[in-house]
Design a protein around this ligand. Structure first.
Ligand SMILES: [Zn+2]
Ligand SMILES: [Zn+2]
Length: 384
């Protein structure tokens, strides 16, 4: 059972330090084991203290927001310094990144987790559905990390009724079905005896109130299909198939709870020059026969500008060289992969007369007898 620290204190995730402190005082008074008659008071009081301890420490709060509740607790259990940079603790590297990327994502829709409405008392309102979308980025963007703007179709609060589902002037009355409790209890006779079942009231959908009019725009749902433009922080080193999570950017809750999350499946586009294998890159370097023979200094492109590369004397076609640390950054700043340069000796497909003579002389000097077919290249070309 995990409980978000903001929920525990009943504040929104963008609450100020003062708001958090005063919420703490209020809750602590309410659940102090000496005064409260709640059977779980001691347990709750501990949670309240814990939440306050984390959320009033700027560094810890930042880490908490970045990692999300579960990952933060896990990290703390493992003695990980919550103030530090990366939480590279095995498994899915993105599980807890929501807060860090979300930035503006936290906060807006999150006002009413406690006492969220009507006759439901302290029951925690259901979270909205998670949504999923895809995002394509270039290899360069995966190399640098990028702040990417994108749009996503998702339900948005209805403008016309402000998400209420009914016009503001509609008359409200207590639901006659549940007498405003929001819940109905059904008793059934079964062979095993009487079974009592409590469910949300079907008439008012758990609200306890019914209205004389329903909003025509959203047919009482409170939300309509819309499109949101969001910005996600894509970390350097991300790979195709990995998923980012933006907390509370999914569907709105049907009952004043927090939104669901938005899951973003990242695809890194193929690149013209580099082939990626995990954190390593592969590059094919064409060189001439004389360069391969004598060695040369050439420029090799990397994603961070070109670098000088020494082709050693006597390089064979197909030989591969490793440029350490010139590959992709590893996620969360733990070094960099390598760039593998595969040399390809290019055989010329046309020669001028001087080159031809020189090459024939070269062959002769080595003792090779070659029967040179003068018209060879022209013939082949015509054939195609
Ligand atoms: Zn009702
Ligand atoms: Zn509406």
């Amino acid at each position: 059972m995990s409980e978000d620290f903001y929920d525990v204190l009943g504040v929104s995730p963008d609450a100020s330090a003062d708001e958090i402190k005063s919420a703490y005082r209020e809750k602590a008074t309410e659940y102090h084991p000496d005064v409260s008659d709640d059977p779980d008071a001691e347990e709750k009081f501990k949670k309240i203290q814990k939440a306050k301890q984390v959320l009033t420490d700027e560094e810890k709060r930042e880490a908490y927001d970045r990692m999300g509740h579960d990952r933060y607790e896990q990290a703390e259990k493992h003695g990980y310094d919550a103030g530090g940079g990366a939480g590279g603790m095995g498994g899915d590297p993105f599980g807890g990144m929501g807060g860090g990327m979300g930035g503006g994502g936290l906060g807006d829709i999150f006002e009413q987790v406690f006492g969220g409405g009507g006759g439901r008392g302290r029951q925690r309102p259901r979270k909205g559905r998670d949504l999923r979308t895809e995002l394509e980025i270039s290899l360069e963007e995966a190399y640098e990390g990028v702040e990417k703007q994108f749009s996503v179709e998702r339900p948005e609060a209805c403008d016309v009724c402000d998400g209420e589902g009914h016009p503001p002037e509609a008359d409200a009355r207590t639901c006659p079905e549940c007498q405003g409790r929001g819940q109905v209890t059904q008793v059934q006779q079964t062979p095993l005896g009487r079974v009592q079942q409590t469910t949300a009231c079907p008439r008012c959908e758990g609200e306890g109130t019914i209205y004389s009019e329903t909003c025509g725009e959203c047919r009482g749902e409170g939300y309509v299909r819309g499109e949101a433009t969001l910005t996600v922080e894509v970390p350097a080193g991300i790979q195709s198939g990995q998923t980012l999570r933006m907390e509370r950017e999914g569907s709105p809750s049907p009952e004043d709870g927090p939104r669901g999350d938005l899951l973003i499946d990242v695809a890194v586009a193929e690149h013209d020059e580099f082939e990626r294998e995990g954190d390593d890159l592969r590059y094919r370097l064409p060189i001439s026969f004389p360069q391969a023979t004598f060695g040369d200094t050439v420029q090799v492109p990397t994603l961070d500008g070109s670098v000088e590369f020494e082709v050693p004397e006597g390089t064979q076609s197909g030989e591969t060289f490793r440029l350490q640390g010139k590959g992709m950054p590893r996620l969360r700043g733990r070094g960099q992969g390598d760039l593998y340069v595969k040399v390809q000796v290019v055989t010329p497909d046309s020669l001028n007369e001087e080159q031809r003579d020189a090459l024939e002389a070269f062959a002769e000097a080595g003792g090779d007898e070659i029967e040179v077919n003068e018209g060879f290249f022209e013939k082949i070309k015509r054939a195609f």
